[in-house]
Design a protein around this ligand. Structure first.
Ligand SMILES: *Cc1c(COP(=O)(O)O)cnc(C)c1O
Length: 392
């Protein structure tokens, strides 16, 4: 199909929930994407942190094809090998105890919220169901996770929302205390706020919140839907904060481009969601799990160290351009935010770059870059050159 054909058909038959950029993608290789006419784009988005191994990865495609031929799906009422192996690897690499597999980030967070409320209900009974989340956070698009999201713009139209969320400013222990109460069962946060603008939380703040949670038997819940699976240069971001969450969610990059998500829980929480309390039809799908196993094989320590180096390189190169429209960069690993200078508009900048052949994202008040973790130096340099030409 030509780009025009893809766009026209989409406009006619797909709901208009997305404000799309005017680009129609046909295929990709490495960190490069190609539209219907074969025009090349350097990809600094990876499907919003999904395609961690890039596009057209032969090893990944082979694993997916083999598993598709062998066993495409079986209900969770039976046992299968790929998801069991994947759960083992995730636990062994993080210190968590067990996994529940879901299909997307919002759904994984729903499971995490259910677990926290049931943990508290089992131990203390009703009336202790409130979860404190952070201002500027993003946790999903379901009726409950919209409410967990600490941004008022998301609390519109869909009333009534799920009760039981209170918000505290990030990096502010006083704000946390102000939101505290006898009705609280958990605190939930992203360690690097993604949609909010790529804002890493302070190390000391996170440590202090974890300690408060332990003292009051609140569960410490971490949303690593965006920051997990190597994105920040460690398998999970919490490993760089030197702590083990009671429950942590993951999604986006886990299977390198197939829909998969989940939550991991520590020993204290392993038996909270017993038979009949939580389920999903597609969760632990063997093809997705086989793809995720392949991703885990690739994301060894050497690969993760490279992610950190590449992130540092990309930030240095961007700051060295000294573009009038950009301020400082921030982030961890290949989760990068760029401040937009006064008088410039983030969407205009994104449109200019995309027109020039570099796909980028925006987040909060600035730009956001989430390139494939496998991006090469040549591909990064090409992206930087496009930035210089388009914005210099
Ligand atoms: C993307 C995202 C979600 C939602 O994930 P979906 O797969 O779109 O449901 C939740 N939390 C964070 C931090 C995210 O970045």
């Amino acid at each position: 199909m030509t780009s025009i054909e893809m766009k026209d058909l989409t406009h006619q038959y797909v709901m208009t929930t997305y404000g799309r950029f005017p680009v129609a993608i046909d295929h990709g290789k490495g960190a490069k994407l190609y539209d219907g006419e074969g025009r090349e784009y350097i990809d600094f988005t990876s499907g919003i942190g999904v395609t961690c191994l890039g596009y057209g990865n032969e090893g990944w495609a082979e694993v997916v094809a083999q598993q598709a031929r062998k066993l495409n799906h079986v209900s969770n009422l039976f046992y299968t090998e790929p998801s069991a192996k994947l759960a083992e690897i995730l636990c062994k690499r993080t210190g968590e105890s067990c996994v529940f597999f879901a299909n997307g980030g919002g759904e994984a967070n729903e499971g995490m919220i259910k677990l926290a409320r049931k943990y508290s209900f089992d131990k203390y009974g009703k009336g202790r169901a409130t979860i404190i989340t952070l201002r500027n956070s993003f946790h999903g698009r379901t009726i409950t996770t919209l409410m967990a999201t600490g941004q008022d713009v998301f609390h519109q139209y869909f009333f009534p929302f799920t009760e039981g969320f209170r918000y505290a400013a990030a990096n502010d222990l006083e704000a946390l205390e102000a939101a505290a109460g006898d009705d609280v069962c958990a605190v939930m946060m992203e360690l690097v706020q993604g949609e909010g603008g790529v804002l890493p939380l302070d190390y000391e703040y996170v440590q202090a919140v974890k300690k408060i949670c332990e003292e009051r038997d609140w569960l410490f819940l971490v949303d690593e839907v965006q920051s997990g699976v190597g994105r920040t240069g460690s398998l999970f971001c919490f490993q760089q904060y030197d702590l083990l969450p009671d429950v942590v969610s993951f999604a986006k990059g886990i299977a390198g481009g197939l829909p998969m998500a989940g939550i991991m829980a520590n020993e204290k929480c392993r038996n909270v969601l017993g038979p009949g309390t939580h389920a999903t039809t597609f969760g632990a799908n063997p093809i997705c799990a086989a793809a995720a196993l392949y991703v885990q094989e690739q994301l060894d320590d050497a690969f993760l160290a490279e992610v950190k180096k590449k992130g540092a390189y990309l930030r240095e190169q961007i700051e060295a351009l000294d573009l009038p429209c950009f301020g400082k960069t921030r982030g961890m690993g290949l989760m990068i935010g760029i401040e937009v200078a006064e008088g410039y508009n983030k969407s205009d900048i994104a449109n200019k770059l995309i027109e020039a052949g570099l796909l980028v994202l925006t987040a909060g008040p600035g730009m956001r870059l989430l390139p494939p973790l496998s991006i090469t130096k040549e591909e990064m340099d090409k992206g930087i050159a496009i930035m210089k030409a388009a914005l210099g």
